[in-house]
Design a protein around this ligand. Sequence first.
Ligand code: NDP
Length: 263
Amino acid sequence: MLLIDGNTKIYGIVADPIAQVRTPQAMNEVMANRGSGAVFVPFHVRAGDLPTFVAGLKTWRNLPGFTLTTPHKESTLALCDRLGPMAKISGSVNAVRKTSDGAWEGETFDGLGFVAGLKSQSLDPAGASIYIQGAGGAAKAIVAALADAGAARIAVANRSEKKALALVDQINAAYPGKCILGSACDVSTADIVVNGTSLGLRDSDPLPIDVEKLKPGQVAADVIMMPDTTSFLRAAEANGCRIHRGIHMLRGQVEEIADFLGF
Ligand code: NDP
């Protein structure tokens, strides 16, 4: 059993809602395997309280860093003093660490995790045509990493098309000609179709993508981890698609986040 004493370091994940997160389980396992003696806990923080919360954390001498999920990945960007390369390209942050001079440094590992998760299941995005629904924090990082991994074309659709357009422009600035708007493309022509939204967390959520258009041979991937198999994945599988669960994306990034946060 872990001994918690006055030297214990605290890390955590900031989210709202919080009940669905699987990061504490994954990170405490990594910490135990590494013998770090630290603990990783959930922080339930509403969007409007984030600036106060993050400013307060700077004063916690025994809190070297934290991770973030919905709805905080984009708003945290402005709260960081420095940004890593993928955070700059994608405009999203999912891990923040305190540097030796007391600054907050943010980076995102979501895209790297998604690509590593695909590869762990023998799915290589290099040369593939991708269709992704979503332009929030997770989707931004995924699109940037897919472009970096050599995807042939990435079509981005989002409820707010203005955000999809901004993401397409942002990624094309770094990877010219890679991205198009989802509305300019037929979802049935993509090799890999991704739900990058928060739709699927609740049973009452509508499907994020029109699964009737999906065909056998396509891969349907989800970022949602809870439930393990979302209604989108179940419907896509019923249409003959190969499915790829959200847990692979988390598993694909925990070790890199642990290195970044210094467990
Ligand atoms: P954000 O809040 O940044 O983005 C949410 C996205 O979902 C936006 O594209 C938003 O569209 C869309 N959306 C939300 N509600 C609706 C709706 N009713 N109809 C249509 N679109 C909707 O969240 P994140 O990007 O940070 O996280 C998204 C999900 O990814 C979360 O559920 C999280 O659990 C999961 N996740 C999984 C990880 C893993 O390792 N598997 C890692 C990180 C996140 P709009 O812009 O129009 O509001």
